[in-house]
Design a protein around this ligand. Structure first.
Ligand code: ADP
Length: 400
């Protein structure tokens, strides 16, 4: 039985899954939170559904991963007897720049290349690299692979990824659109084709990943040709706490009037905007729905703005591809927010696309929600980035 440990190391968290690749069953899933802070803890769940919580000091990523490996092999809560049962480790890496257009086997040279991408994602890439270092130190004989959030979008054509600013800024600093959530866009688009019997290499798809962060992608003949996130994950849709598209004229004006610098503006745009900023209620779609139902105007407005922007992006991608076969919804909101899906898609009649309200009443499961006579299919596909990371990892290991 081949087993892959999937790791997603954030600045203060470590998410993990141990997957049996013969059956693709998740043997254990969990997360470490508050790494390097007070009150660190580890939540662990076994295949049987049995859950445990461990509290204790976890000073850094190495200590966190050591803790995870300890739990995975523990007699009481574990699911493997020995660490040598782990055949490979797959890491989620946020930014692969222009260097990585697919998943890779991790070598010293690859780590060096990844370090060069740190500038592009100063918050995300360092903890990803810490995870790789920790695994190398703790279980040095286990092969590791990296799966990048940006890789899938490396197929975008130049006219889609370039910004209309002086070209030398691209040459000097790599300022261009990279796109994120690539692993999710790839998974749900492939899966939708499987379900619908479409030929992936001969299809026009729009994938809407709507979670805390959100992005949309236009996928033509199996390749991402455009996506809404850009140089950073703040471009595009309105998100939980991110503003999405914003006039740069407003950026400089706000900075001037509010007398704030780059850092504060970054916080404003990334943490205090989006659904939270507009509604003043919460960044969580469920709280906002409740507030809107209770008559809160700004909560209602936040929902309308969110849905409108998704709709607008879908329209622009239909134009970009000259049509669309299926529109795919995923992420916390895409999978569960029935009323938002309906609102986003209700005016697509001009595309020959109609929502079936009965079929749309689904939460977190694969389901077609367009009418039988709809020429464009609407479908929910819950994302599974960990599975893609594990599959890529096995594929790379096998082919070495
Ligand atoms: P992340 O981007 O952090 O992975 P998820 O994809 O899990 O997040 O999405 C989380 C978000 O999904 C939550 O912030 C919440 O707003 C939203 N969400 C989940 N269920 C619903 C629902 N039934 N209605 C509206 N929003 C929901």
């Amino acid at each position: 039985m081949m087993k892959v440990l999937v790791l997603n190391c954030g600045s203060s968290s470590i998410k993990y899954q141990l997957i049996n690749m013969n059956t693709e069953a998740v043997l254990a899933i969990g997360l470490v939170e508050k790494v390097g802070m007070t009150g660190s803890f580890l939540k662990h769940e076994k295949e049987s559904g049995e859950k445990v919580l461990f509290e204790g000091e976890i000073l850094d990523h190495t200590a966190g991963i050591e803790y995870v490996l300890g739990v995975l092999t523990s007699e009481k809560h574990g699911c493997i007897k020995d660490l040598n049962e782990i055949d490979a480790v797959g890491h989620r890496v946020v930014h692969g720049g222009e260097r990585f257009n697919s998943s890779v086997f991790i070598t010293d040279e690859v780590v060096e290349e990844m370090q060069k991408c740190i500038d592009l994602a100063p918050l995300h890439n360092p903890p990803n690299l810490k995870g790789i270092e920790a695994v190398s130190a703790l279980i040095p004989d286990v092969p590791q692979c990296g799966v990048f959030d940006t890789a899938f979008h490396q197929t975008m054509p130049e006219h889609s990824y370039m910004y209309a600013i002086p070209h030398k800024l691209y040459e000097k600093y790599g300022i261009r659109r990279y796109g994120f959530h690539g692993t999710s866009h790839r998974y749900v688009s492939e899966r939708a084709c499987e379900i619908l019997g479409l030929d992936y290499r001969n299809s026009k798809l729009i994938t809407c990943h709507l979670g805390n962060g959100g992005s949309i992608a236009a996928i033509q003949n199996g390749e991402s040709i455009d996506t809404s996130m850009g140089f950073t994950p703040v471009e595009g849709l309105m998100m939980g706490t991110r503003c999405g598209d914003l006039d740069v004229g407003a950026v400089t004006y706000i900075m001037e009037k509010e007398q704030i610098g780059v850092r504060s503006f970054n916080t404003l745009a990334n943490k205090h905007s989006g659904l939270l900023g507009v509604s003043g209620v919460s960044s969580d779609g469920r709280d906002i729905r409740k507030a809107a139902q209770e008559g809160n105007h700004n909560a209602k407005l936040a929902r309308q703005m969110f849905n409108y922007r998704v709709k607008k992006y879908i329209g622009s991608y239909v134009a970009a591809m000259g049509g669309v076969d299926a529109i795919i919804f995923t992420g916390g909101i895409g999978e569960n927010s029935v009323d938002q899906r309906e609102d986003i898609c209700k005016d697509f009649g001009f595309l020959g696309c109609k929502v079936d309200s009965k079929k749309n009443d689904v939460y977190g499961e694969e389901a077609i929600f367009s009418t039988d006579d709809s020429t464009v299919t609407l479908i929910v596909v819950p994302t599974n980035e960990e599975l893609v990371i594990a599959r890529d990892t096995i594929e790379i290991i096998k082919n070495r």
